[in-house]
Design a binder for this molecule. Structure first.
Ligand code: ADP
Length: 468
């Protein structure tokens, strides 16, 4: 597929192969663009901005609704593209398309609810008006783990607010992004409002960071690249939103509903083969119930089926690449050296890694401190509520945390004391379009989703009116 700039499909000299992580075969090639195309995309979005931002909210809403409808009609086809380039099981991929699309629908509605304020003035012949206006051209840089949702979560509120967008998807998963652009074109979204380019991440990133016409950078990916973008954005003082790494604790208290906790920890841990930033990374179980929990957990994990995501019944697809496999392997190796035991799994072939449980996990292990980004579930025990809160908060990350308890007091205490942007109480899957998703500490800045998510694309303007 080609690049989508200013409503046109374009090539650039070099190309980039897109491979299927399940089979290793090249499924397509896309342009490997650089600075020149990055600047062209900014110019297109910059020129499209006055017209797009001056439409009424209902007009913009109608475009978004048409885009939503086309994606909805083609969800199976988009899901298949995603499975082929990213690896996740087809059912999960279609689920992601629906989730991604829920942002477009929600923000198509929210476009009409960008409210300002009036504030009582200090003089009788003055009025204070507060308006919200779109920030301008926004640049979105997205990762490979959610090839559709990480784009729509940024682009839908941006377009709804009246911004125009330039998008660089991850090099591993450009096809889903370009397919979404194709449907945006079919939906009649005017040329230049949404542009998608693939290519050299560093060159494209630098071009966008240096360009003062880009007023906002929104990024999901590694903490390392996030910090780099934050530094770069200082050159022209751009607004910035960052969704970075996480290291989610999953706390199971002694009064938890065990069946429920097991089902939810599996959903949280093994979705996308453990390659999500809100995946349970560290499972803390009250000592009294640890044995009962591990037994049930192991039995259910043994039912998971690893394989090519296009095959019926597969629940865990391949990891994205060799480096991902090596990281899981290194975490297992380190845990074994430090006294952990592999209770289930532990082996891999090519990019396929078995879902793995490590028991006897301790806070010194790598897997208890760094994001594994793979299907590894370390289980540690704890004795008191205070202790587990302290251990759960002892990390530079602060994206998602989970607490399982049937005691309302505990649920409230823990949810308030955990230093995380998202807390799932008896809920392993909290992400929805209308709720604010985002992290504390080094997990990021800003929120995506809900009424909070659209604020990221709006500037506040205070108008002071004096009259006679
Ligand atoms: P991961 O390790 O999950 O691939 P990255 O943070 O490297 O996470 O990638 C997330 C996104 O950031 C991808 O689209 C990638 O191409 C992009 N990216 C990587 N390095 C840079 C950079 N130096 N400048 C801008 N974007 C970058």
């Amino acid at each position: 597929m080609d690049l989508y700039i200013n409503g046109e499909w374009m090539r650039s000299g070099k190309t980039l192969d897109v491979t299927n992580p399940a089979t290793g075969e090249v499924i397509d090639t896309v342009p490997f663009a650089g600075k020149k195309e990055a600047e062209l995309a900014v110019s297109a979005a910059y020129e499209a901005f006055p017209q797009w931002s001056s439409q009424t909210a209902s007009e913009r809403s109608r475009y978004l609704m048409r885009w939503f409808q086309l994606i909805d009609e083609q969800q199976d086809e988009i899901g298949e593209i995603m499975t082929k380039e990213q690896g996740k099981p087809l059912r999960e991929a279609i689920g992601e398309v629906q989730y991604a699309n829920s942002f477009i629908q929600w923000y198509a509605e929210e476009a009409k609810r960008i409210y300002g304020d009036t504030i009582p003035a200090s003089a009788i012949n003055k009025r204070i008006l507060v308006q919200k206006q779109p920030v301008g051209v926004i640049a979105a840089i997205t990762p490979w783990n959610f090839p559709a949702a990480m784009i729509t979560r940024k682009v839908a509120p941006a377009l709804a607010a009246g911004c125009t967008a330039i998008v660089k998807p991850a090099e591993q998963t450009p096809l889903t992004a370009l397919k979404l652009a194709q449907l945006a074109e079919e939906a009649g979204i005017p040329a230049g409002v949404l542009n998608v380019i693939t290519g050299n991440a560093q060159d494209i990133g630098e071009a966008w960071l240096e360009d003062s016409r880009v007023r906002k950078i929104t990024f999901t990916g590694s903490t390392e690249v996030g910090k780099l973008l934050m530094r770069g954005a200082a050159q022209t003082v751009k607004k910035i939103s960052l969704e970075l790494g996480g290291h989610a604790p999953f706390i199971i208290m002694d009064d938890a509903n065990l069946e429920e906790a097991v089902d939810q920890v599996i959903a949280s841990k093994f979705r996308n083969a453990g390659q999500t930033c809100v995946c349970a990374n560290r499972i803390y179980v009250a000592r009294e119930i640890a044995e009962a929990f591990t037994e049930k957990f192991a039995a259910k994990v043994n039912e998971l089926k690893v394989g090519n995501g296009l095959e019926e019944g597969v629940t865990i697809g391949p990891l994205i690449d060799k480096a991902a496999v090596e990281k899981v392997e290194a975490h297992i190796h380190d845990a074994l050296k430090k006294g952990g035991q592999v209770t289930v799994g532990g082996r891999w072939t090519n990019h396929f890694f078995e879902p793995t449980i490590i028991t006897g996990a301790t806070d010194e292990m790598l897997c208890m401190n760094e994001e594994t980004f793979g299907p590894l579930a370390p289980v540690a025990t704890f004795d008191t509520e205070e202790e587990v809160i302290e251990r759960a908060n002892h990390t530079p990350y602060g994206l998602a945390a989970y607490v399982f308890t049937e005691n309302i007091g505990r649920a409230i205490r823990l949810s308030e004391k955990l230093e995380y942007g998202i807390v799932g109480v008896n809920d392993g899957m909290p992400s929805v379009a209308q709720a604010p998703f985002g992290g504390w500490k080094e997990s990021g800045l800003g929120r995506e989703g809900g009424k909070y998510g659209i604020e990221e694309y709006l500037e506040v303007k205070y108008v002071s009116v004096a009259f006679k």
